[in-house]
Ligand binder design. Structure first.
Ligand SMILES: [Mg+2]
Ligand SMILES: [Zn+2]
Length: 190
């Protein structure tokens, strides 16, 4: 069994530009390809876990999420990096599209996406981590009993300054960006 790193997408892998409602809005953050290739070479399973409620809200079709994920894979391949799996939640309880309007269990911070990954991949949960740029990712990690790293890209700085102080649950580590987060994991939390 290998450990997994559950990575948020928007704001962690690519720039946070609100809803990625067009492929042109996908811009890889600096150093992300190299950071993910480091995880690949160190035998970590890289799993993307992402809320994409814009689908339920009717802002963009589900095909765009797939198209954007394909672009992400292409961009990562430039650094010989790859993700082992991508899971996303297209739902929202207030969605306008009936097929996606629901109280699901896969919208972070609920842990449906991690449960799905566990059922499909051979993951050593004892050595796994969650990395994301939002408070919600920290809650997601906590709900799955995993350590969390808050990155200060995307919404990270704002959530660290304005949300984390009011919460009991804290990120296990705060990292400038994904590169730093990955190095912290691989160096045994140093
Ligand atoms: Mg995010
Ligand atoms: Zn869902």
């Amino acid at each position: 069994m290998r450990p997994a790193v559950f990575l948020d997408r928007d704001g962690t892998i690519n720039e946070q530009l609100g809803y990625i409602n067009h492929i042109s809005r996908f811009i890889l953050l600096p150093g992300v390809g190299k950071a993910i290739s480091l995880l690949n070479r160190n035998k970590h399973i890289v799993v993307v876990t992402s809320n994409q409620s814009g689908v339920a809200r009717g802002y963009f079709p589900i095909e765009l999420v797939e198209e954007t994920n394909d672009l992400m894979k292409k961009e990562l391949a430039k650094d010989n990096a790859y993700v082992d799996a991508i899971y996303f939640c297209p739902h929202h309880p207030d969605g306008v599209l009936p097929e996606y309007r629901m109280e699901c269990n896969c919208r972070k911070p609920d842990i449906g996406l991690i449960e799905k990954a566990r059922s499909e991949l051979d993951i050593d949960m004892q050595r796994s981590y969650v990395i994301g740029d939002r408070w919600l990712d920290i809650e997601f990690a906590h709900n799955a009993n995993l350590p969390s790293i808050l990155v200060l890209t995307g919404y990270g700085k704002g959530d660290l300054e304005y949300i984390v102080p009011h919460k009991k649950i804290k990120p296990t580590f705060v990292a400038e960006d994904l590169s730093r987060a990955v190095r912290w994991i691989l160096k045994g939390n140093k």
